[in-house]
Design a protein. Structure first.
Length: 196
């Protein structure tokens, strides 16, 4: 009887009267699923440590190190659909002109001189007599900083053209003191004294 029942079930399932749902002609779609976490502090933490036991008389010492790193988990699915990695080239945050403003404010604050005039005078003197090759890498860096024509940075205001003018004056003038009388300090001389 059991055998007859099993044969009957097999034949009824394979017969043409039993229709199996055919989904091959239907397009099934669903949105992609993402793994996100609830709001709040969610992170994965990795801890790696190495310990080396040392043999010391009557003591037990272990020397080791531990590295620990944690990564914040996303709380919004836009992290996956719109990643924050930006491959386009962006302008650097610091330009030569901002560096010149910082140097001017430093000179005014700590040297108590007209920062703009002294920086223009230093640019003029650097252009007038460039540093010798024997002075080293530090002098080359100072020379590169005090040579406005060595950059492709676009001037941020019309006042920045004064630096280019000071460089041109240094190439044609005998003395930069005539053009910048407001600066009583010779920064280049102080710098070369520091190098020697």
């Amino acid at each position: 009887m059991k055998l007859f029942l099993v044969i009957y079930l097999i034949t009824s399932l394979t017969s043409t009267q039993c229709k199996i749902m055919d989904t091959s002609r239907h397009v099934i779609s669903r949105q992609k699923r993402w793994l996100i976490w609830n709001e709040g502090v969610n992170w994965v933490q990795f801890i790696f440590g190495v310990g080396i036991p040392l043999e010391v008389k009557n003591q037990a010492i272990t020397v080791g190190t531990v590295m620990k790193a944690f990564y914040l988990m996303p709380t919004n699915s836009s992290v996956y659909t719109r990643p924050s990695i930006d491959y386009e080239r962006r302008k650097r945050s610091t330009s030569r002109w901002i560096l010149y403003e910082i140097l001017e404010s430093y000179l005014e604050r700590y040297k108590h001189v007209d920062g703009k005039a002294c920086l223009l005078k230093a640019i003029c003197e650097t252009s007038q007599s460039p540093f010798d090759i024997r002075t080293g890498i530090l002098a080359e860096i100072i020379h590169a900083v005090l040579t406005p024509s060595s950059t492709d940075d676009v001037t941020s205001s019309h006042m920045d053209t004064d630096y280019h003018a000071a460089e041109k004056l240094g190439k044609i003038a005998d003395s930069c003191d005539v053009f910048f009388p407001d600066c009583g300090v010779n920064l280049i001389q102080q710098f070369t004294r520091f190098l020697s």
